[in-house]
Design a binder for this molecule. Sequence first.
Ligand code: F6P
Length: 473
Amino acid sequence: PQPGATPTGDYDFIVVSNRLSVDRVVVDGESDWRRSPGGLVTALAPVMAQADGAWVGWNGAVDEPLDEFDHSGMHLVPVDLSQQEVELYYEGFANATLWPLYHDVIAPPEFHRTWWDAYRRVNRRFAEASAKAAAEGATVWVQDYQLQLVPAMLRQLRPDLRIGFFNHIPFPPLEIYAQLPWRQQVLEGLVGADLIGFQRPGDAQNFTRCVRRFLGTASRQGIFTVTDEDGSERRVEARSFPIAIDAQHIAELAADPDVIERARQIRHELGDPTTVLLGVDRLDYTKGIPHRLKAFGELLEDQRVSVEDCTLVQVASPSRERVEHYKTLREEVESTVGRINGTFDTLEKTAIRYLHQSYPVEEMVALYLAADVLLVTALRDGMNLVAKEYVAARTRNSGVLVLSEFTGAAEQLRQALLVNTHDIDGVKNAIVRAIHMEPREAARRMRAMRKQVLDHDVQRWSTDFLSALQEQR
Ligand code: F6P
């Protein structure tokens, strides 16, 4: 290496994401590791468990520098964040600026220069940690909206690397993206990658339109040429790679006698209702939980369903709890659940069993098996892997998926009952139709969706992305 050049590390393959696969938690005074929330980890953990590489990311704790360590067959390289960085970079710029902006401004995004400064600073730290871990000529795969500046920062430090980026959330239409005061800098950060992956073709198109408008770079079918700082030209491609799950693993759990028994127990504990409806989401305003509750509440009111034979189980796992819009949402959801249960519950039966908790995957699969209908009513969602997990778990081809059109998953799971979440009457009709669907029709739909989910698993997703990245240069 040249004098003054960044030293190289040992790893030929590196994934970089805001969070590692596990979070530092303190239970009864003892610190421990817990699986991180969200679809990104659901998808990437099985990929990394099979790959011989390192995962660079935040350990979920504050001001707690940790050494590299191994966990569940993965080599993890923690990046430390201070309390102030968690507030400005994670809760601020990532989750109160970019998250609402990229999800159709469902909540108004806030623009603060101090948040942007912290975002840049923390992105640089992630780039430096990745540069240090990467061997000469390694492949580095950067993940998601929290780290959009990392590709260009990393390229500057280590021009020898092959750099991929994947955005797990939607990329907004130009008219919305244009609001971002740092719209040009963010795009410059992203085009540091050789390949930029999105969930839907529409996201890739939104991105290339923004690149043309704000960087002045025209593209043909998602391919464009970028001039780097040293004057050299580089080919960059933007296209869609819809993310998937470890479908085989979910199907195996669904066939496990202990999980099957647990599913039976769950139904029994719910009072053996004729129909169990299920919702599973991070408690996030993009998930359309209030819309779902409104639809269900009205169905009870209209007496189209009754607590005697129908229960809705809503798992809402805690998420970003210190961010204002999440606090307001929690209050709204919990008061609505209280109101509906107060009105319709009997001493024996409950309308909604609300669980503000997260569960291990075995319990989730038992819930999928126990549920006759899964309700996914997001207002906007990059993919929604819960929908794919439900399908993978329904090994007997029973069960109905009600799925919002505004999810990436709706482009692949065409045989679901697709709904426009804003159309409450439409959601109500879909729920009633799901409850009464003939087993033959349900099986025909589920079989087709299972084929899709089992054929396109997460290993295939990562292989598709990584081989396209290899071909880039
Ligand atoms: O894919 C969306 C995503 O934001 C991931 O990047 C993230 O890890 C997950 O959802 C959960 O969110 P958080 O890490 O903020 O708890």
